[in-house]
Write a protein that binds this ligand. Structure first.
Ligand code: BES
Ligand code: ZN
Ligand code: ZN
Length: 495
């Protein structure tokens, strides 16, 4: 993995074999732009992440539109992508703005680590990248605020967040046969072993029966791979609040008897993305040593066909006693989540967030790069959107309403697993989940539909083709924001 370090030396004094220069759009007058004439000769216009690799000078220029975190992430990622194709071993980059706030240092690190991820598990031949190290110069830090300590902290934090995201990508990119519910549970157990203060409980079919998780059991019934219920807990001493993240862990979604057409079935290995993100968020929170109790509750199973498959027309009974008419077995994620949300509600958290590749309708509504944020609390939705913005993830809210809720009525049971209308499918799925969130938690609950960005078959920004770890960064930034708020509140109280 790429090693990242900071240096108090001036950029020009750092020995490296390659230099990255971010050019603020059309501004060739920064003193680090040493090749103005050459760039002009090359017609380097400096528009939107265009890069010029002056190999003879060992310098790569990438233009970014403004000094804003995500532009920095994208610029650094794009430079490293080019450098990695060559023979360079050690690259350096400056911190640009006077008084450079640590958020930019973080953005450099995140862009570098997210952008240089690659998934090679199934390639017989892998050419390792020669690039091993990136040094960030602290030169432009204002003398008074020059604080290598805070910069180092920023680097560590960004590393944790980017690595958690890449960890989720590895799980999602693995094939359905390599990441069965049992293997996913093993990943969770391994995480618990590696992390301080983390414990893991894994429940099998017998546990699901004891818990009366009838909806979850029905979905997993036709699979050759048994289901797993996974509950990870990170419990630091003196925790100040409790968060539960619930993840949809469909290790494969064939659609079940309401079988998906072949072109929609490919990529359904990614239907476990919510669970991968929940694991990654817990890993990140534990490594950041946040003073919060964080739980990851995961329903892992496969949605398959067979003589014992659950069927349209079945009526299932969820953990909280609510009866569900099955009208489409491809709307399985909400069934698994129903039981998991009941279980999560019983943990009585301060905040409850579920992550799921729940609906194609969400992708239609927002496009494939954005997650849908739903819930009853405007304040909470706003917080998550702001956190997403800082983290570089894209998200938009989709509003609940009572008319859409009415479309879930069933003639034979308490609720139907699909809406009677073809419109508003992402929201009706969210409203279905609402039925399984306890009353006390309604205002403390968020539903993140990550069906679009969790897995995109073409590379975008600093994301590779395949999994992106959607939800991980926004949730970790959200938790960090809560932590800062908590801290400043207590400082004020002391005064
Ligand atoms: N896993 C899918 C949703 C999905 C679609 C994820 C595209 C990623 C990309 C989910 O289980 C599903 O099949 N949903 C159905 C719901 C419908 C039957 C009401 C859908 O979106 O078509
Ligand atoms: Zn489905
Ligand atoms: Zn699904």
């Amino acid at each position: 993995m790429l090693e990242i370090q900071i240096s108090e030396k001036k950029l020009d004094e750092i020995a490296s074999d390659c230099e990255i220069i971010l050019v603020l759009e059309k501004n060739f007058d920064h003193r680090w732009v040493k090749d103005k004439t050459l760039l002009e000769k090359l017609h380097f216009k400096g528009e939107g992440f265009e890069s010029a690799f002056l190999v003879e000078k060992d310098r790569i220029y990438v233009s970014i539109e403004k000094f804003e975190r995500d532009a920095i992430r994208r610029g650094v990622a794009s430079a490293l992508k080019r450098i990695k194709k060559s023979n360079y071993k050690h690259a350096k980059i400056g911190s640009y703005v006077k008084d450079c706030p640590p958020i930019y240092t973080k953005a450099i690190v995140e862009g570098a680590l997210l952008g240089s991820y690659s998934f090679n598990r199934y390639k017989s031949k892998v050419t390792p990248s020669s690039l091993q190290k990136l040094t960030i110069s602290l030169e432009e830090y204002h003398e008074k605020t020059l604080n290598p300590e805070s910069a180092q902290k920023a680097v560590e934090e960004a590393k944790i967040i980017a690595q958690a995201t890449n960890f989720a990508k590895d799980i999602v990119n693995s094939t359905p046969d390599d990441m069965t519910p049992t293997q996913l549970a093993q990943e969770a157990e391994k995480l618990a072993k590696d992390l301080e203060g983390v414990e893991c409980f894994v429940g099998d079919e017998k546990f699901l029966q004891e818990q009366k998780m009838g909806a979850f059991l029905a979905v997993s019934r036709a699979s050759a791979h048994p289901p797993r219920f996974i509950h990870l807990t990170y419990k630091p001493q003196n925790a100040v609040a409790k968060y539960v993240f619930v993840g949809k862990g469909l290790t494969y979604d064939s659609g079940g008897l309401s079988l998906k057409p072949s072109e929609h079935m490919v990529t359904m290995k990614a239907d476990k993305s919510g669970s991968a993100s929940a694991l990654a968020i817990l890993k990140g929170a534990a490594e950041l040593k946040l003073p919060f109790e964080v739980h990851a509750v995961i329903g892992a199973c496969e949605n398959m066909i067979g003589g014992n498959a659950y069927k349209p027309d079945d009526v299932l009974v969820a953990k909280n006693g609510v009866t569900i008419e099955v009208r489409n077995t491809d709307a399985e994620g909400r069934l698994v989540l129903a039981d998991c949300l009941c279980y999560a509600s019983e943990l009585k958290p301060d905040y409850l967030v579920d992550l799921a590749t729940l609906t194609g309708a969400c992708v239609v509504a927002l496009g494939e790069y954005s997650s849908g944020v739903m819930g009853h609390s405007s304040e909470l939705k706003h917080q998550m959107l702001q956190a997403a913005q800082k983290s570089g993830e894209l998200a938009g809210t989709l509003p609940f309403n009572d008319y859409l809720k009415n479309l879930l009525k069933s003639q034979i049971a308490d609720i139907s697993n699909i809406s009677s209308s073809r419109y508003g499918g992402a929201i009706t799925a969210g409203l279905f989940l609402d039925r399984f969130v306890s009353d006390e938690l309604k205002e403390k609950w968020l539903h993140l539909d990550i069906a679009g960005p969790a897995y995109v078959e073409k590379a975008w920004g600093y994301n590779q083709a395949g999994a992106s770890g959607a939800g991980v960064r926004m949730a970790l930034y959200w938790l960090k924001d809560h932590y800062y708020q908590h801290n400043s509140y207590h400082k004020k109280e002391k005064k």
